[in-house]
Design a protein around this ligand. Structure first.
Ligand code: THU
Length: 142
């Protein structure tokens, strides 16, 4: 993957959010693509909430791991998040898709984002992944 940032060393216990995402990946329901993804969000009180992709026979209804984790966290009452981590198959670029970027922006357009890639772990921010995000601020400007 072409990227300006230096690749990080392999995941370790010093990266609990990414480890949680990797554990959640094992619970993915991906019978159609076979592409399992796990995600984990860290909430403002330091809790970690995980999610995984859940596919459907009507393919377009499938939900990504990132939205799965955020929806679960929101349903549990959390509204503020410190970071999100995404774990895909080893050595595969698994950056959040465009829909998930917009979904994350709803809660923090600058949220730190880590994801596994062919170069190791990429550490970036939502602002870099989705510049000029459309947010609720626009709705107050009319
Ligand atoms: N997927 C995710 O869950 N997150 C990503 O960041 C990329 C893609 C899922 C959606 C679908 O179930 C499968 O991976 C293949 O696209």
């Amino acid at each position: 993957m072409t990227n300006k940032r230096q690749p990080m060393p392999p995941m370790s216990s010093a990266e609990p959010l990414l480890e949680a995402a990797r554990s959640a990946r094992a619970r993915a329901y991906a019978p159609y693509s076979g592409f399992k993804v796990g995600a984990a969000v860290e909430t403002d009180d330091g809790s970690i909430v995980t999610g995984a992709n859940v596919e459907n026979a009507s393919f377009g209804l499938s939900i990504c791991a990132e939205r799965s984790a955020l929806v679960r966290a929101i349903a549990e009452g959390y509204r503020s998040f410190r970071a999100i981590a995404v774990a895909g198959p080893d050595g595969v670029d698994t950056a959040p898709c465009g829909t998930c970027r917009q979904f994350i922006a709803e809660f923090d357009a600058t949220m730190p984002v880590s994801f596994t890639s062919s170069d190791g772990v990429v550490r970036t921010t939502l602002a870099e992944l989705l510049p000029y995000a459309f947010t609720s601020e626009a709705l107050t400007q009319t």
